[in-house]
Design a protein around this ligand. Structure first.
Ligand code: HEM
Length: 356
């Protein structure tokens, strides 16, 4: 009797598995994908993408049409070079496509996608974005930091001029990195890490910059473990290990920043005469209510926002400036024209101020 029961149970289970597989296969057969290149089992089209995948994708669009289907390991992907399709994706179907993939880097380096840049489209992303738009990226706040930005520009020019006079080599990546990091940390944290006004030891500033560059680089890496789960078990280049290490080191910085701000807030409250200083972004975040009726925002949300803003503002601006300088250096005639125009219109003794 028991044997019969066990056999019937086994038969029912096997039938279920078979039926489920059959349904899955027929669903796949009925799904219509855009055309694409032939793919390998398991790897799919991964081998067709090289170190410059955007060029490979453009080539595939030339060959297979304006909308191409690619299977990247176990991830479905499409690529297009058609402006109408791009408009459809970015405007009309924005809700479907606007979430970024939850990559391992995003999980490790953006507090489990709890930030604004990498959070999936939804109420959390909307709330975090609203906090940034209302309290940081406002015309009023940008205007109130004009003097600080001008000070940073003056320092940059004086520093480059002094080093150039002595014939020293100038590493523009470093100079622009320090400039943009100072500008953003003055707004966010109320202090700068580089130059004469630096509030921290040079070693700590270098470590902060180094870790910010590393974080940004890792966020942009195409990590095979995101497409091939078995790759994660091997992690041959120690990429995930590096992500976890950066995650820990960055979090240490953020914890220190929050602790410093809490301490300063307590001191301000104890000393009632000294209660009217300008609040930086972290002060504002510490004063905001949290989600679902909580009295305060969680530390992890505050850390995620600080990290986003520092990473988003430092490397992007520094690299854009570096790229512009490299382009000018490559075009000596254009450089001469720019110098002549600046000399004749601004003059050599006057500082060009940016207006917002
Ligand atoms: C030259 C400088 C910059 C460049 C080239 C740049 C470029 C970009 C790009 C391409 C995106 C993705 C947009 C998208 O996919 O929808 C982005 C998003 C973002 N950027 Fe920038 N950015 C720069 C400066 C900054 C600065 C100074 C800040 C902050 C102070 C900032 C904060 C952000 C944030 C928070 C996001 C995510 C927005 C969201 O998901 O809603 N960026 N940036």
């Amino acid at each position: 009797m028991i044997l019969l029961l066990a056999f019937s149970l086994f038969a029912i289970l096997s039938l279920n598995v078979l039926l489920w597989r059959w349904l899955k296969v027929s669903a796949c057969k009925t799904q219509k994908f855009p055309p694409g290149p032939p793919r390998w089992p398991i790897l799919g089209n991964l081998l067709q993408l090289g170190p410059l995948p955007h060029r490979d994708m453009a080539r595939l669009c030339d060959k297979y049409g304006s909308l191409v289907y690619l299977r990247l390991g176990n991830v479905d992907a499409i690529t297009t070079n058609d402006p109408d399709t791009i408009r459809e994706i970015l405007f009309r179907q924005d809700d479907v496509f606007s979430s970024r993939p939850k990559t391992l880097a995003a999980v490790h380096l953006a507090y489990g996608c709890g930030d604004v840049a990498l959070a999936p489209m939804g109420p959390h992303w909307k709330r975090m974005r609203r906090i940034c738009m209302e309290h940081l990226i406002t015309t009023k706040r940008l205007e109130s930091f004009t003097a600080q930005r001008a000070e940073e520009s003056r320092y940059l020019i004086a520093d480059v001029y002094k080093r150039a006079e002595c014939g020293k080599l100038i590493n523009l990546r470093e100079v622009f990195g320090a400039f943009s990091m100072n500008n953003v940390t003055r707004m966010l944290l109320g202090k700068q890490f580089f130059g004469p006004g630096s509030a921290v030891a040079p070693k700590e500033a270098q470590e902060f910059m180094h870790i910010t560059h590393k974080l940004f680089r890792l966020l942009g890496v195409i990590y095979l473990g995101d497409y091939l789960p078995f790759w994660r078990w091997v992690d041959p280049y120690g990429c995930e290990k590096e992500m976890k290490d950066v995650e820990k080191r960055v979090d240490k910085f953020h914890t220190k920043i929050i602790d410093e701000h809490r301490r300063a807030k307590r001191e301000r409250e104890d000393n009632t005469n000294n209660n009217n200083g300008e609040m930086d972004f972290v002060d504002v975040l510490l004063s905001l209510p949290g989600e679902n009726g909580k009295e305060h925002m969680d530390d992890v949300e505050i850390k995620a926002l600080i990290q986003d803003m520092i990473a988003a503002a430092t490397d992007t601006s520094a690299v854009t400036n570096e790229w512009a300088m490299a382009e000018v250096i490559k075009q000596p005639r254009e450089m001469l024209k720019i110098q002549e125009e600046l000399d004749s219109i601004v003059g050599s003794k006057r500082m060009l101020m940016n207006l917002i």
